[in-house]
Design a protein around this ligand. Structure first.
Ligand code: MF3
Ligand code: CO
Length: 251
């Protein structure tokens, strides 16, 4: 069931989304060579709790941390551990924050120190693919219009589109209907209506699109070892178009 949020609910989701944005801004300066992903997780958890909010990922289906920290060939759901970031890595921080029962969710990929041209290309075009999808958000358009826009942009830039994972509705739960795939057909799927809130989140690879899940049952990596990037926004459907509830503040 796709829920339509009331003005009061939208206000709470704006607040949750803004905390997600602020947490990304807070953590960015710490993303440097030598820090472990576990240290990043602790900093993020403390930040969230200081803001009277809840790290929704912690304990979700047994997930053991407050953020996902996915480096290089890890696509999503990297569990923070003792891995020390190295110069030249890319790392995606994905977080869901709950405020008074409502959720905000956003992921960015960050560069650690100086990264090579291929990684820069992957990051730039994955973020642009996200905005191509967001541009399709307005009442009357359908989920397939978003999916198709993301896929078309990714393919035009020779990036692999991971298909096993997708975006989603969001509200009181971090995952609500509808699914928002990163590939699809225009003019198909659920019709967008004002008050719907969805997460759009292309996961693109520099190589083939195929993935596997590691023995920890969470970490998802590219099969061919190529790098992956992931950008995600929480987006409200408005009367005339969209509002990004997780705006980027950090640069
Ligand atoms: N933030 C992810 C998403 O975009 C979900 C994380 S799953 C968790 O849907 F287990 F890590 F919480
Ligand atoms: Co997310």
């Amino acid at each position: 069931m796709i829920t339509i949020k009331s003005e009061r609910e939208i206000e709470l989701m704006r607040h949750a989304g803004m905390l997600v944005s602020k947490m990304h801004k807070f953590i960015k300066p710490y993303i440097k060579e030598g820090i472990t992903t576990k240290e990043l997780d602790k900093l993020c958890e403390d930040f969230i709790r200081k803001n009277d909010a809840t790290p929704t990922e912690l304990g979700y289906e047994g997930y053991p941390a407050s953020i996902c920290a996915s480096a290089n060939d890890t696509v999503v759901h990297g569990i923070p551990d003792n891995y020390k970031l190295k110069n030249g890595d890319i790392i995606t921080i994905d977080v869901v924050i709950g405020y008074k029962g409502y959720q905000g969710d956003a992921a960015w990929t960050y560069a650690v120190g100086k990264i090579d041209e291929n990684k820069k290309y992957l990051m730039e075009h994955t973020e642009k693919a996200l905005y191509e999808g967001i541009k399709m958000v307005k009442p009357g358009n359908r989920i397939g219009d978003i999916s198709h826009a993301v896929e078309t942009y990714a393919k035009a830039h020779n990036l692999g589109v991971v298909r096993e994972l997708c975006g989603h509705g969001i509200g009181q739960e971090m995952h609500e209907d509808p699914d928002v795939p990163n590939y699809g057909t225009p003019n198909t799927g659920a019709k967008l209506k004002p008050g719907m809130v969805i997460c759009i989140e292309p996961m693109l690879t520099f190589g083939e699109r195929y993935i596997y899940i590691m023995d920890d049952d969470w970490t998802i990596k590219t099969e061919d070892g190529s790098d992956a990037a992931h950008y995600e926004h929480t987006v409200l459907v408005t009367e005339t178009g969209y509002e990004i509830l997780t705006p980027r503040l950090e640069d």
